[in-house]
Design a protein around this ligand. Structure first.
Ligand SMILES: [Zn+2]
Length: 253
């Protein structure tokens, strides 16, 4: 990535009318959450087609909870990094109108972002698949820490609870799907950060913005299928470094 490209991106952000960010696993890697798909990530140990499938949860929730407990171990130790904070800075400066995230780690919210649409749900609440009762994940913290009466069960009907994250075989929450589609339509600039934009329907959002004459800036550690095709500009590098540099460029102007 050249200084010229960075300045070009900053200029587009400054002059855009409505900018949103689409974020994925890459923004949270520097917070200590390895991309589940990467070597050594969660999916190298647990086959996601099995462990992240809603049918498996329905038939054998205890089995899926071995994977979920490891996932929660990773999520609970993570804190927002300079990339999350930089996006919040852009929002505070009035230069970013929303974040659509595929992450379930809450790190955008912890970094203070106001408008966050969670495409794949959130691990901070649990729901009983049997009776529909909802619980704050936090209320199970001591059980989790002590490993007693864990995995969590419903206080009403004793069924295993499910975190409110989207499993394979489950639909994207309709409100999140609609709101992000509307935002993509409305935007004249989309920052695609730390995601290879390969998993639909989130992967379709950059094309919606472009079809309406908007631009797409990709920020990723490596080239993706968007580079040179679905993106107008690709900044290759870590979002932890690139976004704060953009923020300081825009603050100086
Ligand atoms: Zn229940």
């Amino acid at each position: 990535m050249t200084e010229k490209d960075l300045a070009l991106a900053a200029g587009w952000i400054k002059n855009s009318r409505h900018t949103i960010a689409l974020t994925g696993a890459g923004v949270s890697v520097d917070s200590g959450i390895p991309d589940f798909r990467s070597p050594g990530g969660l999916w190298s140990k647990y086959n996601p087609m099995e462990y992240a499938a809603i049918e498996t949860f329905r038939s054998d929730p205890a089995k899926v909870w071995t994977m979920l407990t490891e996932m929660i171990d990773v999520l609970t130790t993570a804190i927002p990094n300079a990339g999350h904070k930089g996006l919040t800075d852009l929002e505070s400066m009035g230069l970013l109108q929303g974040i659509v995230t595929q992450n379930i780690d809450n790190l955008h919210q912890f970094a203070g972002a106001k408008k966050v649409i969670e495409y794949h749900g959130n691990a901070s609440s649990f729901t009983c698949m049997m009776c529909g009762e909802s619980y704050e994940a936090e209320s199970f913290r001591s059980k989790y820490e002590q490993g007693v009466n864990w995995p969590p069960k419903c206080g009403k009907c004793d069924h295993f609870l499910k975190p409110d994250i989207i499993f394979f075989g489950e639909a994207i929450p309709p409100e999140a799907a609609k709101e992000s589609h509307d935002l993509a339509l409305k935007s004249d600039l989309m920052l695609v950060v730390g995601t290879s934009a390969e998993v639909y329907p989130a992967a379709g959002l950059p094309a919606i913005t472009r079809a309406n004459g908007g631009r797409v800036i990709e920020i990723n550690r490596m080239q993706t299928r968007l580079s040179g095709h679905g993106a107008d500009l690709s900044l290759i590098g870590s979002s932890t470094q690139i976004i704060p540099r953009m923020v300081s460029m825009l603050s100086e102007q």
